[in-house]
Design a protein. Sequence first.
Length: 291
Amino acid sequence: MIEGRETEYFVVGRHAPAGGRKLGYVEWGDSANSRVAVCVHGLTRNCRDFDWLAASLAETHRVLAIDVAGRGRSEWPATPAAYAPATYIDDIRELLLHLGIAEVDWVGTSMGGIMGMLVAGSAAADERGLIRKLVLNDIGPFLASAPMTALAARVGHAPSFADMGEAEAYQREVCSTWGALPADHWARLAEHSVREVESGGYTYHHDPRIGDVVRERMPAPDLDLWSIWDRIECPVLITRGADSEILSAPTASEMTERGPGATLVEYPGIGHTPSLMVDDQIATVVDWIRG
């Protein structure tokens, strides 16, 4: 596998303290390439979920996979209230401005896809223009309350692990809906999903306060972003797990019929979310973005 280059940037946006807050990301491909892809992960995940997709996409793109605030190598905000899409979008826009990037192909898994919709469907034309093509991995403009509430109950409650074997076993359990993955994939995911603690062992590599913030907002009403969806003008690809409880089949179907009229690809036997780590899923996304 082609290895990405780990780097960082200090954002100075409205949610950053004096001196800035570290935003970690991994870059693949030629840094002079004007064709750029941004990959944004789900609620409690991190940018290394995109290692396999990014390595393939780097043949034609400069790829930036970003750890949003409180995950992976990015710093934890001083104020838990900063854990919101507005913070993450501001951070990414600031990073892109710093790098001189005016247009991207955006790949968003779950929460990362919500952020992509908010940008591509912004009321401001210049913000909409940031995204050239949008890939939504198992997410859409309507989310029912019940599955979101069930998901929120689990966030931030990951146990500690005595060794990497325990961490990998937990990874396989909580991500079982992703479908079958090679053994080396699970080991790599576990490696990047935990961090060592001074007292010994490992803990999950995100701020557990994220779960507290999410639960404070529960039970939430259904999330309806159809008005934003209908403003999106760029091409959209949806990758959906056929057994997903987050992106329902009726919502996915409606997304192909209104707004930008998305292309829908479904994967049987997979729930929330397709991993984008196996050959057929990688080929689907890469070929569509390049097409």
